[in-house]
Design a protein around this ligand. Structure first.
Ligand code: F3S
Length: 425
């Protein structure tokens, strides 16, 4: 492959061992993908540490957390000291919330490791935003910006809603990009690869965030890793609609990008979305298909609710505000736990506006940094998951074998209060 002068210097070890190992990894990665060159990035979101808590089981095999991180993040054994990064980089989710970890039923040993993780991340000059939605709190890329992001829901969001460019990266590749500012030029970085593949004629009114979640879920099911183009949508989607559609598509399929004709920035017209080519296949999303997807996300065989999770992907300010208003002066059932997840940076806003108080006075808990699917945290006796997120519903069934209720946020809040599910398609 063609490497530029600075890339060759990194490969030759002129910028230190860690950068050399990172560049070696990226070259192998590029070769495996068939990329012929690297592209520069100044925006990396990855995870350096204990996203799904497991490091405590590995600690005694390594001489210190830095050595362990080197092994995990750069795929090599000889980098024992991790340097500070110069590329603007953010830490995505963690495995627990350091403020409410006891309410998440997390063991102290995991909490202690989390503290060490955070210390190392800070030392490395990586921003501890600890959320799956960096675009909500300080990392909002612009159209055409080459990014290296890991979290699948955020990847779809910035590709589709903003027109920034990222593949769905992994732990090692994102960590190596943090050190080098490079990533292979392939996939979503290449304009031709961003064109739509499948045409979807949407013949059902897509209005609520729930509907957008179902639409995204359907897109993932039919398109897998290809790009669906949704047409005939007349409502005006907002940030939350795209956020939930993308998260759902990345869980039911491997969606990294979707277009909404007439709405998303690379699909101002249908022709633009397909690059004036013909779609590979055409689909119709009608009431029957919407209902089929809804049923796939509602697997519970009774109407008893014991655990409600809101905030997947982490709630935006608008969703936090709506939830606080819905819970104001109400009490959730003693049989139910309600956990609401936000990016840590929104806590200050929640506290200052009295949202934290309203939510916690109802008996719910406001949490940050993680989520049940990622941190493997949930109330120990919970048999069900009730959520407004198609993604969380999908994963909780797979990870915990939990039965699921999926619906609108109003359905979920009502269920937390009555301990009964009354949502319907
Ligand atoms: Fe975020 Fe967890 Fe959902 S990491 S996108 S809240 S599965």
């Amino acid at each position: 492959m063609k490497l530029k002068k600075d890339e060759l210097e990194m490969l030759d070890g002129k910028r230190g061992l860690a950068v050399q190992r990172a560049m070696e990894f990226l070259v192998k990665y590029a070769e495996a993908l068939g990329a012929e060159e690297m592209v520069d990035t100044q925006n990396v979101c990855g995870t350096l540490n204990n996203t799904t808590p497991f490091l405590d089981t590995l600690m005694d095999k390594f001489d210190g957390i830095e050595h362990l991180m080197s092994e995990l993040n750069y795929n090599c054994a000889d980098v024992k000291e991790v340097p500070r990064v110069n590329i603007f980089s953010c830490q995505l989710e963690h495995g627990l919330d350091p403020d409410t970890w006891e309410k998440q039923y997390v063991k102290k040993s995991k909490y202690d490791i989390n503290l060490k993780d955070e210390e190392l991340t800070r030392k490395m000059n990586v921003n501890l935003i600890c959320t799956c939605s960096p675009y909500l709190v300080g990392n909002l890329p612009v159209f055409g910006e080459h990014c290296v992001w890991m979290e699948s829901s955020a990847v779809v969001y910035i590709n589709s809603a903003i027109g920034a460019r990222t593949n769905c990266e992994g732990r090692e590749s994102s960590n190596c990009s943090m050190l080098t500012g490079k990533t292979p030029y392939w996939g979503m970085h290449v304009p031709e690869n961003r064109l739509g593949h499948y045409y979807v004629d949407v013949q059902y009114p897509i209005e609520s965030v729930r509907d957008w979640g179902i639409l995204g879920y359907y897109g993932g099911l039919i398109a897998g890793e290809k790009i669906p183009v949704f047409d005939s949508i007349t409502s005006k989607p907002n940030l939350e609609c795209y956020k939930h559609a993308g998260a759902a598509g990345a869980s039911s399929g491997g969606t990294e990008m979707f277009h909404v004709a007439g709405h998303t920035p690379e699909a101002r017209t249908l022709e633009e979305a397909f690059g004036h080519k013909k779609p590979l296949e055409k689909f119709i999303l009608n009431k029957k298909e919407m209902e089929r997807c809804y049923q796939l996300l509602n697997t519970a065989n009774s109407d008893d609710v014991d655990f409600v999770m809101l905030g997947c992907p982490h709630y935006s300010l608008r969703q936090l505000w709506e939830t606080a208003v819905m819970l104001e002066s109400r009490k959730i059932s003693g049989n139910v736990e309600l956990w609401v997840f936000i990016p840590r940076a929104l806590r200050e806003v929640a506290d200052r506006n009295g949202y934290t108080k309203k939510i916690e006075d109802s008996g719910a808990v406001l949490m940050a940094d993680t989520c049940p699917a990622l941190g493997r945290v949930k109330p120990p006796n919970a048999k069900t998951i009730t959520t407004d997120s198609a993604k969380q519903s999908h994963y909780m069934a797979g990870i915990f074998g939990a039965q699921s209720f999926f619906g609108t946020v109003q359905n979920c809040v009502n269920a937390a209060i009555t301990s009964k599910w009354e949502g319907k398609f």
